[in-house]
Design a protein around this ligand. Structure first.
Ligand SMILES: CCCCCCCCCCCC(=O)SCCNC(=O)CCNC(=O)[C@H](O)C(C)(C)COP(=O)(O)OP(=O)(O)OC[C@H]1O[C@@H](n2cnc3c(N)ncnc32)[C@H](O)[C@@H]1OP(=O)(O)O
Length: 172
């Protein structure tokens, strides 16, 4: 069942303290993408800004597209893990995933003058690994990119607000 715009809950709003450039609701300078369930698919609708352009000012930059797809895929893996356990995103013991692999095929230029949409579907899952395939559309409904995002479950140190590397350094 799809949620109407008013009753939507966005995955990122449950990821408290997330400063990620693409999906962190607590990063004022980031993209602050928002993702939600539409039945079995997850959806992200994003209005690009003029400075998200490629060389032609009416075409969206590929790196920004990749950041949206990456973060939408990883947040979908996180939301799927919570949903599997019957919990809302962010409730109870925290679940974190990080990108292990991202593949983006740029099929057509993406118009920048309206909201883009990423639609993701789960294609593979184990306890630790989750794969989402993502289709990316320009505002006129053209499929401009297809992508796959492999997310791996990571420990809570990844969410340490003071940083990750001190945990890695102390373990090595
Ligand atoms: C407030 C907080 C907010 C938290 C943030 C909330 C959302 C953030 C969204 C943004 C996402 C990012 O940008 S995250 C930043 C970008 N990503 C990273 O920096 C990740 C860097 N990579 C790593 O740290 C590591 O490689 C990991 C954690 C991804 C995986 O290491 P690991 O956990 O030791 O995994 P490992 O045992 O080697 O492998 C487990 C299984 O996965 C497979 N596998 C591992 N890597 C790959 C790979 N690249 N491609 C294919 N398969 C792979 C292995 O073959 C194995 O399969 P099998 O034998 O089991 O079959």
């Amino acid at each position: 069942m799809s949620q109407s715009e008013l009753e939507r809950t966005y995955f990122q709003d449950g990821l408290h303290g997330n400063h990620c450039y693409g999906c962190g609701a607590w990063n004022d300078k980031g993209l602050q993408i928002k993702s939600f369930w539409d039945g079995d698919e997850s959806v992200c609708i994003y209005q690009p800004k003029p400075h998200h352009s490629a060389m032609p000012p009416d075409v969206m930059n590929g790196g920004t597209i990749a950041a949206i797809i990456d973060c939408h895929g990883v947040c979908s893996a996180i939301a799927d893990a919570y949903r599997t356990e019957g919990r809302e995103v962010g409730d109870g013991e925290k679940i974190w995933y990080a990108t292990a692999s991202l593949t983006v095929n740029y099929r057509k230029p993406t118009r920048i003058d309206g909201p883009v949409t990423a639609r993701a579907r789960l294609t593979e899952k184990t306890d630790k690994k989750t794969m989402f395939e993502v289709d990316f559309f320009s505002h006129d409904g053209v499929l401009t990119c297809d992508a796959s995002v492999l997310s791996l479950r990571v420990p809570s140190e990844w969410a340490d607000p003071t940083g990750l590397f001190k945990h890695i350094d102390s373990n090595s």
